[in-house]
Design a protein around this ligand. Structure first.
Ligand code: ZN
Length: 350
C-alpha cells in the first residue's frame, strides 16, 4: 500500500508498505479523507526525535475494512472517525482520568509517533471499540474530520480554561486549534473574547468563530492591549495555542490573579519556558497553568460529532486547500511553509 512517510528528520516520501493486520481488539481503517496538521511538520523537523520510515498523519475518517475477533460494535463497511489520540483504555493512566497519557507521557499519541499514521491506504486502530466512532448520517466526512484533533484540542483548551459564564478570555494565536479554542470559549459562555493574531485571514476567521476583539501583535503589545480592554484587570483565562516562550509568558502576564492559563500549543522548540516572576505574583497569585494533549476516545468523538449534527459549529471553513493523496507532498510543503494563507489542507484518498 502507498504510504506518505518521514524517512528521517527533514525527509519525506511516498513509499510502498505492507498493509497492517488487526489484533483481536483492533480495526483496520481505509481512509477516505484526512487533514495535515502542523504537528506533522514538527515531527518531520525532529521535535519528537528521529523516526525512520514512519507513516505520517493522525487526522482521518474512513471506512472500517476489517476488525479483530473481539471487536463488538464495529464491522467492515462502517463509516467512522478515529481520534488523533487513541488511548489504551485498560491502562492505569486511563483509569486515573488521563487517558491521553496512557503508558507514559503522551502515550495515547500513537499515530505517526510510536506507530504508523494515517496517510496510507490502510491504517491500524488499537482498541477499536474504545477509539472508533460511527459518523451520524447528517454529518459529512469533511465535517467529521475536524473532531479528530482540531475541535477536540481547541475545545479542550477552552474546557480547561475554567471560564466563568460571562468571563473574559484571551486566545493567543488563531491557527486552527486557536480558532477552535475561540469557538469553544464562545460556546462555554465567555462574555468577552480577545484573539491575538496577525495573519489577515486568521483574524477574519477569529471574528467569525466568536472573537469580540482581534489584537494584532505586530501593531501593538498584546498584553498592554488586553489590559486596556479589561480596565487593567487582565483576563479570567488565557489560552496558549501556539507553543512559544513569548506567548506562554504573555499568557501569564495577561491573566488576572486567580486566573487560568490553558496551554495546548505544541512547544516544538527551545529548552525552557519562562514564567514572568512579578506578574506571577511572585509565585502566589493563584494562577493555574493547565496543559493538555488532544483528548481521544469514542465518547469524546461522539460528543463532538453531536455538535456537528446539531450545527453548533462549522469547522470546514478552515479548509483552505484540497489535494489528492498523490499530491500530498506538495500539500505538506505548503503547510510547513504556511504558504498562500493555508490553514488546513484536506487530503482526498479516492
Ligand atoms: Zn493534528
Amino acid at each position: 500500500m502507498k504510504s506518505f512517510v518521514m524517512e528521517e528528520i527533514g525527509e519525506t516520501d511516498i513509499v510502498e508498505k505492507e498493509p497492517p493486520e488487526p489484533g483481536p481488539m483492533d480495526a483496520i481503517l481505509k481512509p477516505t479523507q484526512g487533514l495535515i496538521c502542523t504537528s506533522d511538520c514538527h515531527t518531520v523537523h525532529g521535535a519528537i526525535g528521529d523516526r525512520e520510515n514512519l507513516t505520517l498523519g493522525h487526522e482521518v475518517v474512513g471506512i472500517v475494512d476489517e476488525v479483530g475477533e473481539n471487536v463488538a460494535d464495529f464491522e467492515s463497511g462502517d463509516r467512522v472517525a478515529v481520534g488523533a489520540i487513541t488511548p489504551d483504555w485498560n491502562s492505569e493512566a486511563a483509569q486515573d482520568g488521563h487517558s491521553s497519557q496512557s503508558n507514559g507521557a503522551l502515550g495515547g499519541w500513537k499515530f505517526a509517533n510510536v506507530k504508523d499514521g494515517t496517510f496510507a491506504e490502510y491504517a491500524h486502530v488499537n482498541d477499536a471499540d474504545g477509539n472508533l466512532a460511527h459518523i451520524p448520517e447528517g454529518v459529512t466526512d469533511h465535517e467529521a474530520l475536524y473532531t479528530t484533533d482540531m475541535m477536540s484540542t481547541g475545545f479542550a483548551a477552552a474546557g480547561n480554561a475554567d471560564i466563568p459564564m460571562g468571563g473574559t478570555v484571551a486566545v493567543f494565536a488563531q491557527g486552527p486549534v486557536g480558532l477552535m479554542a475561540t469557538k469553544g470559549a464562545s460556546l462555554q459562555g465567555a462574555g468577552e473574547i480577545i484573539a491575538v493574531e496577525t495573519v489577515e485571514k486568521r483574524k477574519e476567521f477569529a471574528k467569525e468563530y466568536g472573537a469580540d476583539h482581534v489584537v494584532d501583535f505586530q501593531e501593538t503589545d498584546p498584553v498592554e492591549e488586553i489590559m486596556n480592554l479589561t480596565d487593567g484587570k487582565g483576563v479570567d483565562a488565557a489560552i496558549e495555542a501556539l507553543g512559544t516562550d513569548q506567548t506562554f509568558q504573555d499568557c501569564i502576564k495577561a491573566v488576572n490573579p486567580g486566573g487560568t492559563v490553558s496551554s495546548v500549543g505544541y512547544h516544538g522548540e527551545g529548552e525552557f519556558r519562562h514564567i514572568p516572576r512579578e506578574e506571577w505574583g511572585v509565585g502566589m497569585a493563584e494562577i493555574d497553568i493547565v496543559t493538555d494533549l488532544c483528548p481521544g476516545g469514542r465518547l469524546r468523538i461522539q460528543r463532538l460529532l453531536r455538535m456537528l449534527e446539531n450545527d453548533r459549529v462549522d469547522p470546514t471553513k478552515m479548509t483552505t486547500h484540497e489535494f489528492d493523496f498523490d499530491e500530498i507532498e506538495e500539500a505538506f510543503r505548503m503547510m510547513d511553509e504556511k504558504e498562500d494563507g493555508i490553514i488546513k489542507p484536506l487530503i482526498h484518498f479516492e
